[in-house]
Design a protein around this ligand. Sequence first.
Ligand code: NCD
Length: 288
Amino acid sequence: MDHLVTLDDLSAAEILAILDRADGQPADLSGSVVCTAFFEPSTRTRLSFETAAHRQGADVIGFSEAGSTSSAKGETLEDTTRVLAGYADVLVIRHPDEGAAKRAAAVSDIPVVNAGDGAGEHPTQTLIDLYTIRHATGGIAGRKVAVIGDLRYGRTVHSLVPALQKMGAEVMQVPAPGLDLPRGSANGIPIVSLDEAAATADVLYVTRVQKERFDDGAAYQAAKGALIVDAALLAGAKSKAIVLHPLPRVDEIATDVDALPAAKYFDQAKNGVPVRMAVLAMLLENRP
Ligand code: NCD
């Protein structure tokens, strides 16, 4: 694996190798430097990457506020990337612009990991999602997965849907009003009601309406609060169904779900550490 910018960078076999590795022994990454360059807010992604680095003996540099960097002076993403690539051994980047990680990878001579590019993709979140599905349900192939909420702007879903298809899962979609999957990625994925998803899915993957991606306040208002997963809805679910969410949650999963055995979203967040340990190990172990 060279860069990890999009799910297309990974075959099914490579995905399985990362998930297996996440269950294995930590690597010794001492002497390596991981750079986390976050131009957009983050809690889980940045801190779990940093924990994953520390737990394997790597050092961490980076920033979580673009305003504190030279991009505030007008430096281009390409120039910032070239400079950071001279300091670190791997660059984990989050940016508000779709395509930013690909642009960074094009000029970087160290591996670039896309930690979220606007409404684009978020491939390491997908690895965490798959790892959690595998652990909670015993496998991925054949599972029925409903993706729910902001499927238009939600980058986690844009990586998850092709990954599920690669791994042989069955996908259905429950878009919030006006927020369907982008054309292309929606090919052949049936749209179902929230009730139908709750009754038939093994995994309910709930997402937040991505307020920061809307130019139009009215469209956001129309979508927000339209789909709520609560304990009453889950009363009609399969007995072993699970509920996932990349987090942060706003109101799309009611807090009365938290105490149910189906609620796996905080386990999912915790799984960010072993999965990102595996990603860093695979990118750094064979460095020159
Ligand atoms: C997601 C993101 O940043 O895309 N968060 C995460 O990394 N777990 C989801 C979101 O912000 O809604």
